[in-house]
Design a binder for this molecule. Sequence first.
Ligand code: GAL
Ligand code: ZN
Length: 655
Amino acid sequence: MYVGVDYYPEHWERKRWDIDAALMKKAGFNVVRLAEFAWINMEPREQQFEFGWLDEALEILGKNGISAILGTPTAVMPAWVAKKYPETLLLQKDGTRIAWGVRKNNCFSSETYRLLSKKITRAMAEHFSGNPNVIGWQTDNEFGSPSCLCDSCRLEFHAWLEKRYGDIGSLNKAWGNHFWGHLFSDWSEIPIPVDQGVHNPGACLDWKRFNSWLNVRFQKEQLDILRVLCPDHFVTHNFMGLFKDLDYYDLAEDLDFVSWDNYPCWGKPEVRFDASFAADVMRGLKKKNFWIMEQTAGPGGWGAFGRNPHPGEIRNISYQQLAHGADGQIWFRWRTCTAGREQYWHGLLGHDGRPLRRYDEAALTAREYHRLEKEIKDTTVVADVAVIYDYESIWALDIQAGYGGNTFQNAVKRYYNALFRSGTNVDMIRPSDDFSRYKIVIAADLNILEDDVADRLNEFVRKGGILLADCRTGVKDISGLCHARTLPGKLSESLGIEIEEYESIPDDMHFDISGTGGISGSFTSVSYADWVKPLGAKPLAGYRQWHMEKFSAVTRNRYGKGSGWYVGTVVKEEGFYDQLIKNLLDEAGLKQSIIPPAGVEVSIRRGKKKIAFIINHTEEVKTVAVPSGKLELLSGKKTRKKLELGRYGVAVLKL
Ligand code: GAL
Ligand code: ZN
C-alpha cells in the first residue's frame, strides 16, 4: 500500500533532501507526489529542459524505498509563457486578462497553451519513463479554473455547439430561443452566456458542458502522450471531491483511477459527513477504489489559517477514507514552506523541519496501514443502496434553483447523512447506470430526467426495487427545458402521485407535517412544498395548514413487485430522515451488523473477507455494540459484545 506525502524538494536546499527522505522512510512512507508546480524548474527557458535536479531527488528518495508520482506542471505557467504568449492567459468578465502570479491562470482553448502543455508533458515523459522510482503521473492539478471568456473560447464554443446540434434550428429549439426573441440564424451570433443567473438556462447549461469538455480534452492531450511513452505508469488526477463545475465522470474516464484532495478539518470538530459523501462520489466515478493525493496534515490557510488537527484527528481523517476505498494516501504537505502564498498551509513538519506530533501520528497511521494491507487487499465497498449523482442536475439547479437554497448536493445530503447515521454504505451512480443491482435507488432532486431514465426507474420498481424520489425530480429534459407534463411526469407511474402545483416556503414561514402511518411524529416543512395528490399511493405524512390539508408530504406506492416513495418537501428535523431511511431499509430487508451510536461511523469493505471500520468522529469515548469473537486487527484482540473507542478512535474488525 502506498502511503506518503506531497513533497517539494525544489523549495529546500539540496543538503536537506537526504534528511527528508530518511525521515520519510522512518515514518513508513513509500511514495511522494512531486513537481506539479515545477514547470519553471524543468523548463526555465522555452524548449530548454532541466531535469537533473529532479533526477537527483528521485534517486535519493528511491534509495530510501520511496517511489514517486510526477505531476504534469501545467497548473502554473512559467512567467516567460505569460510574457511571450499573453493570449494563454484567461480573459475575465471585465475584458482584461487575468494577472499572472497565482496559478490556474490559463485559457484551455488556447492553441499555444495546449502546445506548450504537450511539449512539457512529452519532455517529462521521455525523460522519466525509464526511471525505476517513478510509478505514475498526476495530470495538472485540480482541474476546474474559472472559465475563460476570450474569442478563442467563444469560437470553440460555436464549433462545439455546431457539432452537438448540427443546424442552428435545432439549437434554437433545444435552448427555447423563441422566448424573448432570442432566435439565432448563424452560429457566429451566439454570445457566451456570461451571467449564469440571467442568461437563457439552456445556453448556460451548454456553456458548463463545453467548459467541462475543454478541461477533459486538455487532460486527454497529456494522457495520449503519457500512454504512449510511459505504458508502465498509472495516470491519475487530483479531483476535489464535491467540486461541481466539471463533469467528473468524464474527467475520470481515461484515467487509471481517481485521486482526490481531502481537507475536512476546518471549523469545530464534527462528524465528517461530507468527506464520506465525497469519498463515495470519488469511488463512484470509476466504480473502483481511489487514492487520496492530498490530505490535511496541519492547519491550513492562505491568509489566516484554521484549526490544528487535534491529537488523533489526522489518523481519524485517514481511516475514514480507507474505509470508503482509498487504497493510497498522501498527506499535504511534507514540510511547511517558509515562502509563498502557502506559508501558513501547514504540513506534517513545521517550518523548523522537526518531526514532531503530526509527523508521529502520520507515521503511526502509515505503519498500521502496512500491517492492514494484506487484510484489505482486493476489498472495496459493496452497497445495496445507490444514490443517483448527476452533474447535469447539479448544473441545472445551480442555474435555476427552483426554490431558495436548493442545490443538488444539499438534497442528496438529507438522505446520505441519514444513511451514514444508520451505518449503511452507499454507491453514487450515474443516471445511465444499471439500477438492478441495488435494492434501493434514491433520486433526490434529479432535476434533469430523461425519458429513458424515468422508464428504467419505473421498471426497476416494477421488478421489485425501492425508489425514493423527492421534490424537483424530473422537472427538466436534457436541454434544460421543462417537460410539458404534470409532475412528476413519467415517474407518476411508479410513484402513484400527481403534483399540479407547488410553492416555495419563505424563510419566515413553515408548514407543520405529521405522520399518518409509516411515519410517526410531527415535523417542520421548510423551503418548499409540492402539493402532492396521491393517485394510488398511500399518504404517510400530511400537512396541517388549511390550504395543504388534502395534500401529502410523504407517500408510498406499491407498483409491480416494488415500491415508489416520494418526499414532497424539505424537512427541518434530521429525525424525520432517520425514520424514513429506517423504513426503506426495513422494507428492503437490509440489516446492519453494527449499528453506530451518534457520532460514530461504520463502513465495510468487502472482498473474500469483510472488514468493518468503526470510526469515532467525536472527542468523547464511545461504546459500540459489535458481534463478539471477531478479530480487531489493530489491537490483535478478539471482540466482546462491546467495543470502546476513545476520542477519534478507530477499530477495524474482521467480520
Ligand atoms: C490544494 C492544492 C494544493 C494546495 C492545497 C492547499 O487545493 O492542490 O496545491 O494548494 O490545496 O492550498
Ligand atoms: Zn479562452
